[in-house]
Design a protein around this ligand. Structure first.
Ligand code: ADP
Ligand code: GN1
Ligand code: MG
Length: 351
């Protein structure tokens, strides 16, 4: 990797380049030089099939955000290659480098409701800042990314093919998913009917895709922009809830640890709605709880599909990892169903 680092315009001499972070998709490295730190990423091009289009999206969005707010810790900054390009193509792989966001924190679980509130401020501000970005100029980096009915089609196919003979071992999970199939269409139907608008959204709003200031713990910046494309605000809200308002980890094996924290849900809803300001319609706001339920259901369906298909999409660290992940998501959906009246009341009280 040191050879790759040297092909970018880094300040100083490279001292080390080590794997970093806990993402499921790209390979991320922390690069130390004697003058600065950087993040180097090898982009997963089997998942993102048009890397130049993806990098063009990121260049456009980061330049737009930096014009709005030039503080270097408030948006991602790409480091050019020696030849002046925004990314490097080398032996069939694609690489990019970002300035490291200094004095920052990236959390896998909120330590206080305020951490989660701050992540909501980051994603809500991101939504608002991009409200007048020309969405039609962005490529769809993964077509139908949050089209839940389409994710169901992939699940049906994986069950039919049962490539590794795993379907017999996950009957209850398959049943849970299929029993919820009708719910999966709710947001897409409103989109199709013109009742929900397409926005420029992030689409992968996990807590660990936000940087907080290490001292003040206030929101600094949104990262992981590979899936920025036209989408639904409810899905951005919902994916954050799915990950950060879960009292257990995404891959927890003890399902008694899994539940929806209404305290965190409430903190996030307040931060998100405040930061979005007037940029959402009344109906969009009302559908936010649906975003939480459907992003959790959809993610469970995706993990289960990948388990059945042989773990070809999400990086796993142990056998059965994707099935464990699917189980937490379905347990969380079940708890959301039990707390559905409160989830709606909390959003209503903030309108
Ligand atoms: P993935 O798509 O695999 O999740 P991310 O872009 O989210 O990759 O990066 C993985 C991790 O690397 C993040 O969770 C964060 O901890 C760290 N990271 C990414 N970009 C930066 C940055 N510019 N400054 C500091 N840390 C970063
Ligand atoms: C992936 O890249 P990462 O780890 O932030 C995935 C998300 C899933 C998430 C589940 C491009 O996100 O859609 O919700 O894992 N990203 C892609 O943890 O598929
Ligand atoms: Mg990430």
């Amino acid at each position: 990797m040191l050879n790759i680092c040297r092909k970018f315009q880094l300040r100083g001499t490279v001292l080390s380049c080590q794997p970093y972070g806990s993402g499921h998709i790209n390979a991320t490295f922390l690069v130390h030089t004697d003058q600065a730190d950087y993040i180097l990423q090898r982009i997963n091009h089997s998942i993102f099939q048009d890397v130049p289009a993806l990098m063009n999206n990121i260049q456009r969005v980061t330049a737009f955000l930096a014009r709005r707010d030039p503080d270097p810790r408030h948006s991602l900054h790409l480091v050019p290659t020696l030849k002046g390009g925004g990314w490097l193509e080398e032996e069939g792989e694609f690489y990019r480098v970002y300035d490291f966001i200094t004095d920052s924190l990236c959390l896998n679980a909120p330590e206080t409701p305020n951490d989660f509130y701050q992540s909501a401020v980051a994603f809500g501000s991101f939504q608002r800042a991009l409200a007048d970005f020309p969405a039609e100029e962005l490529s769809e980096t993964i077509p139908r990314f949050h089209d839940t009915p389409d994710r169901y089609r992939a699940l049906h196919q994986a069950i039919r093919e049962d490539a590794l003979g795993r379907a017999a071992s996950c009957g209850p999970e398959i049943r849970f998913a299929l029993d919820h199939g009708a719910d999966g269409a709710f947001l897409m139907e409103h989109l199709r009917a013109g009742r929900l608008p397409l926005r420029v959204t992030h689409n992968d709003t996990k807590l660990n895709n936000v940087m907080l200031d290490a001292q003040t713990r206030k929101a600094l910046c949104v990262i992981d922009l590979d899936t920025v494309m036209p989408g639904l605000a409810a899905n951005d809200f919902g994916d954050s809830i799915r990950f950060g308002a879960n009292t257990g980890a995404e891959d927890e094996r003890d399902l008694s640890q899994i539940s929806l924290s209404l305290e965190r849900y409430s903190a996030f809803a307040e931060g998100y709605l405040t930061a979005c300001g007037q940029s959402l319609t009344p109906f969009e706001k009302e559908t936010l709880p649906w975003g939480a339920k459907l992003m959790t259901l959809e993610c469970g369906v995706r993990f289960l599909t990948d388990y059945l298909a042989g773990d070809t999409y999400f990086r796993i660290h142990r056998p059965g990892h994707n099935l464990d992940r699917a189980r937490t998501q379905f347990a969380l959906v079940r708890d959301m169903e039990a707390k559905w009246p409160e989830m709606n009341q909390i959003v209503q009280s903030l309108l």
